[in-house]
Design a binder for this molecule. Structure first.
Ligand SMILES: NC(=O)N[C@@H](CC(=O)O)C(=O)O
Ligand SMILES: [Zn+2]
Ligand SMILES: [Zn+2]
Length: 345
């Protein structure tokens, strides 16, 4: 097969940031994706519908001429998000989901939730609204090892949450373990997951053997090979519960290549190509389109895109980095490496 035509994909988990980084990165996603769920972990976070509407306007203003890209907005849940905010969000037509960051779990999560049980009224309103809760599923307890934080979250937080709110729609974001893949497969139709290119292509050896590679450092952290294989099995299984969510998360090169480097992998420039590589390696290119372009829209209750994109079998090299304002640079996933598929419109 030398070309694959796909329904235009969507990215169900994307960080665009703001200001110069937004200006520098939004075009890469707009070139590949019809829509994207935009993460609200700005400084300060997007906690109200009003802020989400304003952020969406900034994204639209940063798009290149002629781009056809619909940013779907999210609210950042805090300990004090009132349940009325959920109804405002739904009525806006612009906010499509609410995001749970356990406080301290990841980049810009300091204002996140400290005790989910305290949010029960707001979560009940969310379940009622039909909008999904998007979950960064890691506990933050100091005594839980970083490699176990996702698995422990399932037991301590997610399973009890779904017991209290059995109809709540939940997307387990950027899943990294066999345990979470199994949990999602075994749960009701209201529970789904996004999977990133890095967690499908890389294991923790790729990050740590022969030198530390800060551009592979993200949260949840890369796991051992058996978990990577479980994720590949899940996305190629034909289950409709798994869909594309890059978690593309740009940080300035200097903030990654640092004594205390930031978490996040910038995969937007080659997102669909990276996923195509995964599915081809697994002998499952026939399952790619449902993952990139059908399952997410169906789960969110949105129409699938009508446009098409084509992947051509063609070697091309990713740049070492991309320049943006003020002499800063952003290093993409697989910088300088050759990919075998290229997305053309
Ligand atoms: N995934 C990451 O490692 N980083 C994300 C935050 C997140 O999605 O957890 C970021 O905003 O940089
Ligand atoms: Zn996260
Ligand atoms: Zn993310």
């Amino acid at each position: 097969m030398d070309a694959i035509t796909l329904t235009r994909p969507d990215d169900w988990h994307l960080h665009l940031r703001d200001d110069a980084v937004l200006d520098a990165t939004v075009a890469y996603s707009a070139a590949q994706m019809g829509r994207a769920i935009i993460m609200p972990n700005l400084k300060p976070p997007v906690t109200t519908t009003e802020q989400a509407v304003a952020y969406r306007e900034r994204i639209l203003a940063a798009l290149p001429e002629g781009a056809d890209f619909d940013p779907l907005m999210t609210l950042y849940l805090t300990d004090t998000t009132p349940s009325e905010e959920i109804e405002r969000a739904r009525q806006s037509g612009v906010v499509k989901a609410v995001k749970l960051y356990p406080a301290g779990a990841t980049t810009n999560s300091a204002s996140g939730v400290t005790d989910l049980a305290g949010c029960d009224a707001t979560i009940a309103a969310l379940a009622e609204s039909g909008m999904p809760l998007l979950v960064h599923g890691e506990v933050t307890d100091a005594d839980v090892d970083i490699f176990d934080r996702e698995a422990v979250f399932l037991e301590r937080v997610l399973a009890p949450l779904l017991k209290r709110h059995p109809s709540l729609k939940v997307v387990c974001e950027h899943i990294t373990t066999a345990q979470t893949a199994d949990f999602v497969l075994g749960a009701g139709d209201n529970v789904a997951a996004t999977v990133t290119p890095q967690h499908l292509l890389l294991n923790r050896n790729d990050m740590l053997v022969g030198g530390i590679r800060p551009h592979y450092y993200c949260l949840p952290i890369l796991k051992r090979e058996r978990h990577r294989q479980a994720l590949v099995n899940a996305v190629t299984s034909g289950s409709t519960k798994f869909f594309l969510g890059t978690d593309s998360a740009p940080h300035a090169q200097g903030d990654k290549e640092s004594a205390c480097g930031c978490a996040g992998v910038f995969s937007a420039p080659a997102a669909v190509e990276l996923y195509a590589t995964v599915f081809e390696q697994a002998g499952a290119l026939d399952k790619l389109e449902a993952f990139t372009s059908h399952n997410g829209a169906d789960f969110y209750g949105l129409a699938r895109n009508t446009g098409k994109v084509t992947l051509e079998r063609r070697d091309w090299q990713l740049p070492e980095s991309y320049a943006y304002a003020g002499g800063h640079r952003i290093v993409p996933m697989k910088a300088g490496e050759t990919l075998n598929w290229k997305l053309v419109r």
